[in-house]
Design a protein around this ligand. Structure first.
Ligand code: F0G
Length: 457
């Protein structure tokens, strides 16, 4: 399987602590079988998330020194604003401390109790803010997104008939906006095509409904458009990124993903009235409207990171690394979600551990087993992440139940990917030894996967 050389060299390193199997067994027990509660120093290869965990470049580190830490009107804000405007094309740029800060503010601005939000699959923090403000989320993604084996090029696309049905059922007046994502995290990092996104916007706009895009991984989405969507192969990632944003009314961004920063985010808007409303709430919840919870140096690092994120050598190497890892797992029969997405390789836990019922959280069980085997940390994306229905209080069991191995950008080498692949292959070969699933020992009310504790059962 091809593994192109990384288009960077390593200038600074962070030691990895070696641990024994016995040590890791104790560590995961102490963490209540939740890898999120492990100390990172006890993790050898950390694939919990690609969010805020990427390696910054020497240019980003030097940009930190340019940070203007003025409370109001910092120069760094204008550098940041120009980068977001230039690469994403939104006129009004409102800084927030990270993605969910923006989700909170957009949801508060637009959602009233009893309204309905259609979208291409839920993301936990996005839906949590929509529900906290009284909306019901409706998944209008194509059916194939829920089939791990359906190797469609754009599994993040919206099924327009499903969207039409939601509009027909509730009426445009009760739909404050359509909530789109590029790529779709909970489907395994699957992209949406420019054509589909544009059609969704046309349909929504025809009913007077605005469309907001989650751009956390829109550059990864642009890469897939370039590779897979007819007519886009000769366009640069920067051009495709602008084309993805162009038909939308705004965006919420976690700069911790594509933009190669450790923290930060923004809301991008076109409507000046909504922008004024959002700035007002930023003052209450995030910080002044020219820093939004970030330091000046954070904004400088993001501005530099945005420019680096659309570099094709960077993105090509990133996606090739994921394909290498996924390809090795696939070759050895470890069930993964196809095609391989933009930020992660996902192991289909229902297929890998059929002996563990959904109510015993197969993916959480697999996550613990993989940690014990070689100190690799992934994250559950299944029943635990889905939480409970706010109305009925019942557990939600989404069709997909998987262990996500999210790869930070520019952090790990091919040898690390081999350690991950070897471990997953070993755990899968010995899967019959996994006889117990997990049940909650402690279940938090919101985003329960972060702090939950479990016991084997
Ligand atoms: N939207 C998407 C698609 C995300 O993946 C995330 C975070 C957010 C919004 C929220 O952004 O973390 O900056 O507040 N995803 C991380 C993950 C946590 O591991 O997938 P945030």
């Amino acid at each position: 399987i091809a593994y192109p050389p990384e288009p960077w060299r390593i200038k600074m390193v962070e030691p990895i602590k070696a641990t024994t199997r016995e040590y890791r067994e104790q560590a995961i027990r102490d963490a209540g079988w939740n890898p999120c509660l492990l100390r990172s120093e006890d993790v050898a290869i950390d694939l919990f998330t690609d969010s805020g965990t990427s390696a910054m470049s020497d240019r980003q580190w030097s940009a930190l020194l340019r940070g203007d830490e003025a409370y109001a009107g910092a120069r760094s804000f204008y550098v940041f604003e120009a980068a977001v405007r230039g690469f994403y094309g939104y006129e009004h740029v409102i800084p927030v401390h990270q993605g969910r800060g923006g989700e909170n503010i957009l949801s508060r601005c637009l959602i009233r109790p009893g309204t309905h939000i259609p979208g291409n699959m839920y993301f936990p923090s996005t839906r949590a803010h929509q529900e906290l403000n009284g909306a019901t989320f409706h998944d209008v993604i194509v059916d194939e997104a829920e089939d791990p084996q359906a190797a469609l090029p754009f599994k993040g696309n919206v099924d327009l008939d499903k969207l039409r049905a939601v509009i027909a059922e509730f009426g445009a007046d009760l739909i404050p906006y359509v909530s789109l994502a590029a790529t779709v995290n909970m489907a395994g990092g699957q992209p949406i095509s420019v054509a589909n996104l544009t059609e969704v916007c046309e349909l929504a706009h025809a009913h007077g409904i605005p469309v907001f895009l989650d751009t956390a991984r829109a550059v990864e989405n642009a890469w897939f458009v370039k590779q897979r969507e007819p007519g886009w192969g000769d366009r640069s990632l920067a051009e495709i990124l602008l084309a993805l944003c162009a038909p939308t009314d705004g965006a919420v961004m976690s700069a911790k993903k594509d933009s190669l920063a450790n923290i930060g985010g923004w809301i991008g808007l076109r409507d000046p009235v909504l922008a004024e409303q959002a700035r007002g709430l930023v003052l209450l919840y995030e910080g002044l409207h020219t820093y939004g919870g970030m330091t000046g140096r954070d904004m400088e690092a993001i501005a530099a990171g945005i420019a680096e994120s659309v570099d094709e050598a960077h993105m090509g190497a990133r996606i090739a690394q994921l394909e290498y890892l996924g390809g090795r797992l696939d070759a050895e029969g470890v069930p993964i979600i196809h095609p391989i997405g933009g930020h992660c390789v996902c192991v289909d836990a229902t297929a890998a551990l059929p002996q563990i019922p959904r109510t015993r959280f197969a993916a959480q069980t697999l996550a613990a087993a993989v940690y014990v085997d070689a100190g690799i940390r992934g994250v559950e994306r299944g029943g635990v992440s889905a939480g409970r229905d706010p109305v009925t209080g019942e557990n939600r069991f989404p069709p997909l139940e998987f262990l996500r191995l999210a790869v930070p950008r520019r952090v790990y080498t091919r040898a690390h990917m081999d350690v991950v692949a070897d471990s997953l292959i070993r755990v899968h070969r010995e899967r019959d030894r996994i006889t117990h699933g997990l049940e909650f020992a402690y279940e938090p009310d919101h985003l329960r996967f972060f702090q939950a504790r479990f016991r084997p059962v």
